[in-house]
Ligand binder design. Structure first.
Ligand code: C2E
Ligand code: MG
Ligand code: MG
Length: 597
């Protein structure tokens, strides 16, 4: 038996050879959690189905999978994994009604049977409640672990009448939920028939779209994070189909499969050049436009249709210098056949066209090749930017990409910037440019031109002013009395009752000293300060707690998350002194450069 298979079996509900009469019970109960096993589940599901059919109601089958189970089992060990399963089963019990059944299935799965449900909405509410319950931290041997789950849902009235059907469909829906991201639920959806009528119709319509001039480009501004000015735009394809504007996500894949992407991609290059000429002639001035290219465009080798040739032809037709055109390609396009791609990119580069690696961080790049690529820009993928203020891993990835890019003399662009906090934080990390809904969505050409003509820009404001203190406590009364206590100290004081909001504030503001309560409902003080430590390591962090909960305090101190531990109720003079020392410590460690504007 291979390692994996034995590991899997460890978490199977099974009948062990016992002589003490427990055999029958075990076949029906899971030893670890005491929940029904697959045997009992099959019985209950069959009964519920029979009853529901008689009464014209639906039975819902939900399969819950723990997203990180394998990783937790591997890194923290079996005891931690067992504890996670036990705690999950306890929390599940607390979310459900008596009539519902929860059972174990497979290594880390749980099945929930809800008999007699009337509406999908009721199931959705329960599914969300379960996911929220599972996402609460779990204490395992004194350390907090954060798990999350995904849920797939099948209904007897829509997805199948037999127990096997429903279990199968719920498992497929679980896969769909996981593909959409973690911590989600999904109802089963029949996969579209890839060779079906819809697809043929779409293909035909897409072929005609080019002839009928139904394709358009929208332009999304790129903003320089030092000057706040628009320095470039990305051209993004849209399909004006009847009165709907279809996004590329809905047709690019089909265009690639059918080979239509070569013609569509060439059209986009030609249109971007033509549009720039029009703006120039209209006296608008010019910005560089980035156009996305597809793998197949790189693979066109005939002299007249190769990408460098196509670019030159359309630049020449519009009378444009090649430096006004940028091409965006992804890591995987380069890595598919690196040697040929590098040669091609060198030809483009030699002709003056700038190149960007799009969605950087999501594919796999060989760093050795990266140093050989004649690219100018790395675009940090939206998925990291999205979480950059609150997830230490995303912040670490963004910081690493920026460091890597700068040491290779490349410019870094953050994609998908939606909030001020993200913008300020990325700017602090040294990111060069941003693009995202915060400044502007992709716009039709005329609106983009208006935005440029207006000279719209971002004012960053001067945030690095006074000594700034952040106070986090779920009790507003405590925040108020701390503010009164510190009133005369001259600090700029930020307060919040919610640690997640605290993370947003830290992203947008220069903060030197942080004081956090320990027991807060959404996140403990030590968890909050550990995240702060990873994302903003230069801060001085203190806990102010009414409970000297030894385990979490020692953990936090040992992980370097906190500098001092202070207790409630406090002595006013002492607390003021500690805070002053905190600011002094910050200057000692980092100099006072951050305090001077
Ligand atoms: P991409 O090149 O990574 O483009 C960025 C996508 O992020 C765009 O989606 C844009 O609308 C979206 N976006 C920008 N800012 C934000 C934000 O703040 N929040 C969120 N949630 N989204 C934001 P869009 O226009 O749907 O394009 C999707 C993808 O389709 C593009 O991803 C690109 O890979 C592809 N694509 C677009 N135009 C072309 C084209 O002309 N040729 C080819 N081959 N692919 C294209
Ligand atoms: Mg792009
Ligand atoms: Mg992108």
């Amino acid at each position: 038996m291979s390692m994996d298979a034995s590991r899997h079996c460890r978490y199977r509900t099974g009948v062990k050879g016992r002589k003490d009469g427990k055999l029958a019970v075990l076949a029906y109960r899971d030893e670890l959690t005491g929940l029904p096993g697959e045997g009992l589940l099959a019985d209950r599901l069959a009964q519920s189905l029979a009853l529901a059919t008689r009464e014209g109601k639906a039975v819902a089958v939900l399969e819950l999978g723990l997203d990180d189970f394998e990783r937790i089992d591997r890194t923290l060990g079996h005891r931690a994994a067992d504890r996670l399963l036990q705690e999950t089963s306890r929390r599940l019990g607390a979310c459900l009604r008596r009539a519902d059944t929860v059972a174990r299935r497979g290594g880390q799965g749980f099945i929930i049977v809800m008999p007699q449900v009337a509406m999908r909405q009721d199931i959705a509410i329960v599914a969300r409640k379960i996911l929220d319950a599972i996402a609460m931290p779990i204490d395992v041997q004194g350390r907090e672990i954060h798990a999350s789950g995904s849920i797939g849902i099948a209904l007897s009235t829509e997805h199948g009448e037999t127990a096997e059907d429903l279990l199968d469909k719920a498992a497929q829906a679980l896969t769909q939920a996981r593909q959409a991201g973690r911590n989600r639920y999904a109802f089963h959806v029949e996969a579209a028939d890839p060779g079906g009528v819809d697809r043929l119709q779409l293909e035909g319509a897409l072929r005609r779209a080019l002839e009928r001039r139904e394709l358009v480009l929208h332009y999304q501004p790129r903003v320089d994070l030092r000057s706040g000015r628009v320095v470039a735009a990305e051209a993004l394809l849209r399909w004006q189909r009847d009165d709907r504007l279809v996004a590329p996500g809905d047709f690019i894949a089909l265009a690639e499969e059918t080979g239509l992407i070569v013609a569509i991609g060439e059209w986009a290059l030609a249109e971007a050049c033509r549009q720039q000429r029009e703006w120039l002639d209209g006296g608008l001035g010019i910005v560089t436009v980035g156009v996305n290219v597809s793998q197949q465009q790189l693979r066109q080798h005939e002299a007249t249709r190769s990408l460098p040739e196509v670019c030159q032809r359309h630049l020449a037709a519009a009378g444009l210098d090649s430096r006004w055109l940028e091409l965006e390609l992804t890591e995987s396009m380069v890595m598919e056949s690196p040697a040929q791609t590098i040669a091609l990119l060198q030809t483009l580069h030699a002709a003056g066209t700038k190149l960007a690696i799009d969605d950087f961080g999501t594919g796999y790049s060989s760093l050795a090749y990266l140093t050989q690529l004649p690219v100018e820009y790395l675009k940090i993928d939206r998925s990291f930017v999205n979480e950059v203020c609150c997830d230490p891993n995303s912040a670490a990835v963004a910081r690493a990409i920026i460091g890597l890019a700068h040491s290779l003399q490349l410019t870094v662009i953050a994609e998908g910037v939606e909030t001020e906090a993200q913008m300020h934080f990325l700017r602090k990390l040294g990111c060069d440019e941003m693009q995202g809904f915060l400044f502007s969505r992709p716009l039709p050409a005329a609106q983009f031109a208006a935005l440029l003509a207006e000279g719209r820009r971002v004012a960053f404001g001067d945030r690095a002013v006074a000594e700034t203190l952040l106070l986090v406590d779920d009790e507003i009364a405590i925040l108020n009395s701390l503010k009164r206590l510190l009133h005369r100290e001259g600090y700029r004081i930020l307060t919040t009752t919610d640690p997640m909001e605290g993370l947003q504030m830290l992203a947008s503001n220069e903060v030197q000293v942080i004081i956090s309560d320990q027991r807060m409902p959404r996140m403990s003080g030590t968890e909050f300060l550990s995240r702060v430590k990873s994302i903003h390591p230069q801060t001085i962090r203190m806990v102010l707690s009414g409970y000297a909960d030894l385990q979490s305090v020692t953990d936090a101190v040992n992980h370097g998350a906190i500098w001092r531990f202070l207790t409630k109720p406090w002595d006013g003079d002492d607390l003021r002194k500690q805070i002053r020392e905190g600011f002094r410590e910050h200057v000692l460690r980092h100099g006072d450069r951050e305090l001077t504007p």
